[in-house]
Ligand binder design. Sequence first.
Ligand code: GSH
Length: 198
Amino acid sequence: MLTVFGRCNSSNSAKVFWLLDELGQDYRLVPTGRGFGPTDTPEFLAMNPFGKVPVVRDGDTVVWESNAVLRYLAGRQPTLLWPQETGARSRVDGWMDWASISFTPVMTRLRKARAAGKTEDADLPAVKAAVAALDSWLADHRFLAGDQLSLADITAAPSVHRWFLLPESGAEFPHLRAYAQRLGTNPHYQRHIRDALS
Ligand SMILES: N[C@@H](CCC(=O)N[C@@H](CS)C(=O)NCC(=O)O)C(=O)O
């Protein structure tokens, strides 16, 4: 049985829970992370030396870093969420890396600054630039890596969701809004992403 160490309110864990549901994969959840269970025990640090969730254990194999976990899980069985053909797969991988390296950090910092009541918006220009690029891409694409849902969308979804929680999301960026609404019709997104805000 696959074991997942994570917490339901963590966006990086939520990505993994969403994929597991898409794949119809059973798992045992060990609630772990801030407010749920310790990550500083020798046992946990032996799995992930950085003491972060999510972590997945599959027999003797331990995987950490949420995108690595997504790829590991999608690689265990054929799925269009992470296509086998290398060109198609690289498009998914590119969006995953962009979302995690260029979009999520600035979006997370902006959200935290707002939550702390800070008025200075150092990350807003970078967030807006990312959102504008997403919007123009999504004018011609139903999902990030093509016509159907993929690991790219699962990776970007928490930050897209967080953008629309900000007051300045307004009426701008209609293609991104339509995409967010498209994601919002997915029951696994509804179950895992909407409330995973920390
Ligand atoms: N880049 C890592 C980030 C992992 C991360 O920062 N996880 C957060 C939850 S989203 C965490 O473990 N926070 C500490 C805790 O919950 O104890 C990934 O994608 O897995």
